[in-house]
Design a protein around this ligand. Sequence first.
Ligand SMILES: [Zn+2]
Length: 197
Amino acid sequence: MRRKRRIRLVEDFQPRSIDINELHYARLLGERTVTVRSVKLHHPWLSGLETDRYSIRLKFQPNGEWNGVLLQWRWLSWGAWRPFFLCPFCRKRAIKLYAGSDFVACRKCCGLRYVSQTLGFNAKRHRQAVRIRLRLGGKPVIGAPFPKCPDGMRKDVYARMRARAEQYELPLRVGRYRKYWAWRRPEYPVLIKIPRI
Ligand SMILES: [Zn+2]
C-alpha cells in the first residue's frame, strides 16, 4: 500500500534556517575569516560558524566536523554586490538554507513547500476570510457570528472588510461541504507570525 507522504512546510522550518542577507548585514562576509561567537543566540541548532567572503563553515555537533558552503557574489545593476549561498546538493543559488540533522540544503533539495502551495481554491478563500475575522477580533471559524466593529475602527473600513469576508465565505456557505468549511480550524502557525529577534 502506498503511504501518503507528509508534506513538510517552509514555515515550520523557519527556526532552522540560515539567511545569507542576515550574515551580510551583520558584516560577517568580509576579507577576514570571522568565527561567530553569538551563533547560539541566532542559530541554536548550530554549534559553530565561520564566515568569510568566499564560503561559510558550519559545525552541527560540538566536536563534529566542519561543513563548507560556497558563496557566489552577483553584481546588481544599481551598483551593489549581493551574496548567495550555493546549495551543497544542487549547486544552485539560494538565499536561505534549511538545516537537517547534519546538513543544510536549499528549499527544493529539502523537499519543503510553502503553505500557499498546499492549499486548494476553497482553502485559500477560507484562509483569507479567517484572517479578516481575526483582524476584527473574532473567532477563526466561519460558522461563528461575524465580529462587531472594533473600537476605534471607522465604519466604512469595517463595512469594506466585512463585504470582502462575505465575498470569500459565500462559496463556502453553499454546496455539499458547507458544514466542513463552517467548522474547519485554520492553520494557526501560519496566521500568527512570530517575529524572529
Ligand atoms: Zn539545492
